[in-house]
Write a protein that binds this ligand. Structure first.
Ligand code: GLU
Length: 468
């Protein structure tokens, strides 16, 4: 029988979905797809004080946004760790019966006091041979064997841990509930997981978990620990300091394909001279052996630039469809004033100019606001020009009867500008502020064409009156 690999993703539903978790999920998903294996989703929901069902739904939604679709035939789950509690406890008892675990009644204070006495850190194995049989106030500890534990890790190579540096860790708390390390291993065994690909922060747990696999009579999985994500200051990404929630990037208009592509490159690079490659080739090429050890910089600017590339690569129709939800959600204008037909006219000009979808409303709001707010700094800068009133007046009178297309509009301003020996870049500015309230935006003459003759003239007039 050929061996079909079983990968898994085992998030804890304790908050927003972290971009690091998203990268781990994608690595597992890509590998499962390429190898014809399975991707198991297991929700590690045993920390009751921090879990909430809404976070679980958030994980499932986020995965689906990334294209990890729970209805795909290679997707299995979700399973819930909390439903396996009996198995976890049974495994702990088995370890006790086999002599791999023992009961201990020392309190945290007593352990500390002993550590002080012996000058050693942590728990010293005091109860190993006391023959306790369990009962109130007792925890079950794993009897760490002598020698060393070698973890074969596809990313990090062989990592050797001296067992004497690992204390006899707790399997069951004194209230009988299983510890995370044990639950995680028992679930992996139960779910026949063959490959554990997870964040590097779990590497210190791995020798303990490998001992548990061995003691429970199973061959440990193929381990792979992928590098941590760090911020610009090379500090580990943290909820408090950094923007880590996938949901937030989604809301800001990062496209899922761009996010997926960017996340895949955090610690790995596709062959060739561009990192922007379709998902299918990443699935084809991705190998854990090629993943870097060093921390990966989660660079928001680079993500935005990936996103810009992805936006520009969309067909116009896809771009319009991708922007419609953002336009529907914005409060930049009263929704009754929005027109999809007008938006479609300006969309090609917007598509080449935004890096995230959230920038779209600001670019087009002048079309859907009755009177766009005029930015004071923009006004002061452009209307101070001595030609400002003249250029507004000239355009107002010429635009009233000219042919209505951007070329004709541009020719009018160009001729005037030449005659006055000025520069178009300068003379456009007051017109743009009159139309949009800002100094930057989509190309001016196309914008004016879309805005329409009457509205254009009304806005020019309004600015002229304001100029006094
Ligand atoms: N539930 C753990 C976490 O969210 C994952 C542990 C593992 O992947 O083995 O960090």
């Amino acid at each position: 029988m050929t061996h079909v690999p079983r990968y898994r993703f085992a998030p804890s539903p304790t908050g927003f979905f972290h971009v690091g978790g998203a990268r781990t999920a994608l690595y597992n998903w890509a590998l499962a797809l390429r190898t014809g294996g399975t991707f198991v989703l297991r929700i590690e929901d045993t920390d009751e004080s921090r879990n909430s069902p809404e976070w679980t739904q958030g994980i499932i939604d986020a995965l689906s946004w990334l294209g990890i679709d729970s209805s795909h035939p290679q997707f299995e789950g979700p399973y819930f760790q909390s439903q396996n509690a009996e198995l976890h406890v049974a495994a702990a008892h088995k370890l006790f019966e086999q002599g791999n675990a023992y009961w201990c009644d020392l309190s945290a204070e007593q352990i500390q006091a002993r550590a002080k006495e012996t000058g050693k850190q942590g728990y010293d194995g005091y109860s190993r041979d006391r023959g306790l049989t369990g009962g109130p106030g007792q925890v079950l500890r794993f009897r760490v064997p002598t020698g060393s534990t070698v973890v074969h890790d596809l990313v990090r190579g062989e990592v050797e841990f001296a067992n004497e540096t690992i204390e006899d860790f707790v399997l069951l708390r004194s209230n009988g509930s299983p510890m995370f390390l044990l639950a995680n291993v028992v679930d992996d065994i139960e779910m026949k997981v063959s490959n554990v690909v997870r964040a590097e922060e779990h590497l210190p747990n791995t020798p303990k978990q490998q001992m548990l696999w061995d003691a429970l009579g199973h061959t440990p999985p193929q381990w792979a620990h992928v590098p941590v994500l760090v911020n610009e200051q090379r500090k580990k990404l943290s909820k408090r300091r950094d923007k880590v929630a996938l949901e937030q990037y989604r809301e800001e208009g990062i496209l899922p394909d761009a996010m997926v592509n960017y996340l895949m490159t955090l610690g790995w690079a596709p062959a060739g001279d561009t990192e922007i490659v379709p998902w299918s080739s990443m699935v084809e090429e991705f190998r854990l052996e090629d993943v870097n050890h060093s921390p990966a910089f989660f660079d928001i600017k680079k993500l935005a630039s990936f996103n810009g590339d992805y936006i520009r690569a969309l067909s116009l129709q896809d771009f319009v469809s991708a922007s419609l939800p953002v336009l529907a959600a914005t409060d930049a204008w009263p929704s009754s004033r929005f027109s999809a037909e007008v938006y479609e006219k300006i969309a090609p000009l917007v598509q080449t100019r935004v890096v995230t979808m959230s920038e779209v409303p600001v670019m087009v709001d002048f079309l859907f606001l009755e009177d766009p707010a005029i930015d004071q700094a923009a006004w002061d800068k452009t209307m101070a020009a001595e030609f400002a009133a003249d250029v507004l007046k000239h355009c107002m009178s010429e635009f009233a009867s000219c042919e209505w297309n951007h070329d004709a509009l541009k020719t009018i301003l160009e001729s005037w500008t030449e005659a006055k020996e000025l520069k178009l870049g300068k003379t456009q500015a007051p017109i743009r502020v009159a139309m949009t309230g800002r100094t930057v935006g989509p190309p001016l003459f196309e914008s004016i064409e879309i805005l329409g003759r009457d509205e254009t003239i009304r806005r020019l007039q309004k600015s002229l009156s304001r100029l006094g």
